[in-house]
Design a protein around this ligand. Structure first.
Ligand code: DAH
Length: 344
């Protein structure tokens, strides 16, 4: 009759014969159940037998069953690893596929456009100044020659905070702050966010960007204003762009002019053009000679000095330059939109 030792040997052989056949995860699992399964696994049955084996056999057979179990566990582990690897064999890796691309950030289109504007003015000797977004009534209105309750204030739908504080409706208060603390000659631009109580539509949002400009010196004339702004618009939109000045009104400038450029979309040829409304012109900025009263408010003598200023809507001008129909696109953070701008 076969001894327990013989049966251990038999199980070991059976396992060694079966193991090379187990090529995938499923057959490895079947092999594990057949040999190590808790109830009917062949090695487990050997442990059962061991319990009733005669004492003289027990010692050696016990060692042999344990060794077999350890060897089977190791082998099953190795088979399992092999089966996992087999799911994606090396020859199926397609080395011609493109690698995973890393997304590299880039400046926002409005930042790029604003920098373009800044570069043009920096090249003409202007400096860049900034001011607070939360302003007082004095800087946003009064110092700019809007008396309290003056109807001109209605043009700037204001978001008031508390008491005297408001969100600035334009970058013009920075002019006042700079003129208060520096003496002429002054030649600055002031880019920044401004806020108005607007209902959002394709060309209006409650927050947008402006660039303000200011020049104050002796003998500064409207001809300087015109020449500088024409140069600026040609540098931004190309040498050939047509520019026109239209009389207008701002409390802080006298005389005042609005500046239009020819419609880049239809050049005045489409009476139904959605961008210019068929007029052939697009309003780009407001400007004018600094009102003598504004100079007096900051203790600059209007008999000795004169100045000109302008204010430009960055978002609107960028929409026009890039042909974007909705201002909201700039602020929705949709990467499909944002990735179309700047270096690839
Ligand atoms: N602050 C004006 C606005 O928000 C724009 C403006 C017009 C600024 C004429 C100026 C200026 O400095 O001279 O509509």
């Amino acid at each position: 009759m076969a001894t327990l030792k013989d049966r251990i040997e038999e199980v070991r052989k059976a396992f060694e014969e079966a193991a090379p056949q187990a090529g995938d995860a499923k057959s490895v699992e079947e092999l594990r159940t057949a040999f190590l399964g808790r109830k009917r696994g062949r090695i487990m049955l050997l442990f059962e037998e061991l319990k009733s084996a005669p004492a003289e056999e027990k010692r050696e057979a016990g060692r042999l069953v344990n060794e077999l179990k350890v060897a089977v566990v190791d082998r099953l582990q190795a088979l399992e690893n092999g089966a996992l690897m087999a799911v994606r064999p090396a020859r199926e890796i397609d080395l011609t596929l493109p690698g995973r691309q890393r997304y590299v950030g880039r400046p926002h289109p409005l930042t790029l456009f604003q920098e373009e504007i800044e570069r043009i003015f920096l090249s003409m000797g202007f400096a860049i100044e900034e001011g607070p977004e939360i302003e007082t009534d004095y800087y946003n209105f009064e110092a700019l020659n809007f008396p309290p309750h003056h109807p001109a204030r209605d043009k700037w739908d204001t978001l008031f905070i508390k008491g005297d504080l408001l969100l600035r409706t334009h970058t013009s208060p920075v002019q006042v702050r700079v003129m208060e603390r520096t003496k002429p000659p002054i030649r600055i631009i002031c880019p920044g966010r401004v806020f108005r109580r607007e209902t959002p539509d394709p060309t209006h949002l409650p927050m947008f960007l402006q660039v303000e400009g200011l020049v104050v010196d002796q003998g500064v004339t409207f001809a300087n204003l015109k020449g500088t702004l024409e140069h600026f618009l040609r540098a931004l939109f190309g040498e050939k762009v047509k520019v026109r000045f239209r009389p207008s009104y701002f409390p802080f400038t006298e005389p005042s002019a609005e500046v239009d450029i020819e419609c880049l979309v239809c050049s005045g040829r489409d009476p139904d053009c959605r961008v210019c409304g068929g007029t052939g012109w697009k309003e780009i900025l407001g400007s004018g000679m600094v009102d003598p009263q504004v100079l007096k408010n900051v203790n600059i003598d209007p008999e000795k000095y004169s100045g000109w200023a302008f204010g430009l809507g960055v978002d609107r001008t960028a929409m026009f330059a890039f042909g974007i129909p909705e201002m909201r696109y700039f602020y929705e953070n949709d990467l499909r939109f944002l990735r179309q701008f700047g270096a690839k």
